[in-house]
Design a protein around this ligand. Structure first.
Ligand code: GRG
Length: 305
């Protein structure tokens, strides 16, 4: 339609992401100053400011804008979701979990600071996320801040990230028997729960109605799962040469994936289905305001790495 083409003409996704990522990185830098004891704060900053695609903060800000809010209202929440994401990566990389040496192209937190500091820095980032939302959010009614804190804590805890990781850990060494239902359970919690919190927080702080928040919640869950399905597909379709670069670890060999359970073609169909169901949720939103969110979903569906 003429409206779509007008929006497509005026909205440049790359410029949008570059600008917003800059804002987020500055806000994250400010949110964790080096205080006493310095090692903990340096360890928190090391992983938090190590790069990363900043997908969750982008989703948070784009959801805020989709309901007509200004990105500044969602900035503390955008920082908070990235803090929780970073915490989960620090813990996930520990020897007692995935035992990884590299993350975001740099040595993992425990490799640089030791396991004790890494555990503490992760814990401190989670608590700081909650504190940051409660103290740095301005111009938003207290009941909305409370709702946001509740959403975020739930996404991080034993019904969210922890549940996904716990079930994932219990499957380790038993990958032959992981069923589709279990795979989905894990991804809905390890990945989709924080996508959901990111979008819901942005929508709440942007002043979205209950109906809008709930539509965006479904949108986020779908693209969270989509993110993982695409990840699994990329594992298969990436050239074997590229696979060789992943620190000698054959990613495809030691985990259950959608292509393994469904076959590549069905996995791709599932990805398309999730993408369609996600974008359907945005049908009633202002096209121009929702353009960044639509573009993010498209990026997640079509990314090549
Ligand atoms: C201790 C309360 C508590 C929670 C942690 C360790 C753990 C429980 C959960 C692990 C969760 C985990 C590692 C999920 C993987 C999520 C995921 C898709 C990571 C990759 O995200 P990207 O691609 O990474 O957005 P970048 O580096 O770009 O940010």
């Amino acid at each position: 339609s003429p409206v779509t083409s007008e929006v497509e003409k005026t909205f440049n996704f790359d410029d949008y992401v570059a600008e917003k990522v800059n804002h987020v990185n500055e806000a994250l830098d400010d949110a964790v100053p080096v205080k006493y004891p310095p090692t903990i704060h340096e360890a928190m900053r090391y992983s938090l400011l190590a790069g990363g695609k900043r997908i969750r903060p982008m989703l948070c800000i784009a959801a805020c804008e989709a309901v007509g809010g200004h990105h500044s209202a969602a900035m503390p929440a955008a920082c908070a979701v990235e803090m929780i994401h970073t915490m989960s990566l620090i813990h996930d990389d520990l020897p007692c979990m995935d035992n990884d040496d590299l993350r975001r192209g740099k040595p993992t937190n425990h490799k640089v600071f030791g396991q004790g500091v890494a555990v503490l820095a992760g814990g401190a980032l989670f608590v700081l996320a909650i504190e940051h939302i409660a103290t740095a959010t301005t111009g938003v009614a207290p009941n909305k801040v409370l709702a946001a804190v509740r959403e975020l804590a739930k996404a991080g805890g034993a019904e969210g990230l922890v549940a996904g990781q716990a079930v994932d850990l219990s499957c380790t060494g038993n990958n032959q028997n992981v069923e589709l239902e279990t795979l989905e359970y894990i991804h809905l919690r390890k990945t989709a729960a924080l996508f959901e919190a990111s979008v819901v927080l942005g929508a709440i702080f942007g002043g979205g109605s209950h109906e809008q928040v709930e539509k965006l919640r479904i949108f986020a869950r779908k693209i969270g799962l989509l993110f993982q399905v695409v990840d699994d597909i990329l594992d298969v379709t990436r050239s074997s040469e590229e696979l060789g670069k992943t620190a000698g670890k054959d990613l495809a060999a030691d985990k259950t994936t959608y292509p393994k359970l469904l076959g590549l073609e069905k996995a791709m169909e599932f990805a398309e289905k999730l993408n369609g169901e996600a974008t359907e949720q945005l049908a009633d939103f202002d096209r121009e305001k929702a353009a960044p969110l639509v573009a993010l979903a498209d990026y997640i569906a079509r990314r090549q790495n």
